[in-house]
Design a protein around this ligand. Structure first.
Ligand code: ITT
Length: 194
């Protein structure tokens, strides 16, 4: 079974590739040499995941999925959330986003937050959603250079390491994205078996 992963984010693609078993082949937009930026103008992760998946389904008419991920921080009313990619403004990068979050969190005791991933799968014209979350806390400074995005300032519950200090395998074992992916893969495989 083949699925197109509608993302232009190479880190996401690599993480997902490492989660896939033998029964499913994930084809990236890069494999297809498809470089268009994907639309994501919705006010929710679900809405953005749908927009990205529909965009590709409408263009390529093949089963595909997209995901939208946000870092939801309690003390910031769940921001950056759906605005995670461009929190510090258009043209800014992950470092700028991290810097802004750390500034806004200065002096705040409640560091609780979560990463939330919503996957939208369009298969044979039907739309399905899968969600994965991981709870943790925001550090007061950057730690580690692995992963991407906000990984260096997020410590998942149950340990002391940030995602930025973990190997890819360690992150994949517990991450928001892997939980959502696992649900989608189980669903797709169960459909495949019928
Ligand atoms: P696509 O829309 O092409 O998939 P994107 O980078 O725009 O790629 P999102 O809108 O889902 O994807 O990204 C939200 C941002 O949140 C992303 O740019 C990262 O900075 C951050 N992010 C997403 N997943 C993350 C993760 O697992 N760890 C740390 N930060 C992450």
């Amino acid at each position: 079974m083949k699925l197109i992963f509608a993302t232009q984010n190479q880190h996401k693609r690599d993480e997902v590739q490492a989660m896939i078993g033998d029964n499913i082949t994930v084809i990236s937009l890069q494999d297809l040499n498809f470089r268009d930026e994907l639309p994501e103008t919705s006010e929710s992760l679900e809405g953005n995941a749908l927009q990205k998946a529909e965009f590709i389904y409408d263009k390529l008419h093949q089963n595909c999925f997209a995901e939208d991920t946000g870092l939801e921080i309690d003390a910031l009313n769940n921001r950056p959330g759906v605005y995670s990619a461009r929190y510090a403004g258009i043209g800014k990068n992950s470092n700028d986003n991290i810097h802004l979050v750390l500034m806004q969190m200065q002096g705040i005791q409640n560091r609780k937050s979560q990463f939330r991933t919503v996957i939208c799968l369009i298969m044979d014209g039907e739309t399905y959603y899968f969600e994965g979350t991981v709870k943790g806390i925001i550090t007061s400074e950057k730690r580690g250079t692995s992963g991407f995005g906000y990984d260096p300032i997020f410590i998942p519950d149950g340990g002391n390491k940030t995602f930025g200090e973990m190997t890819n395998e360690e992150k994949n074992e517990i991450s928001h994205r892997s939980k959502a992916m696992k649900k989608m893969l189980e669903f797709v495989e169960s459909k495949n078996d019928r």
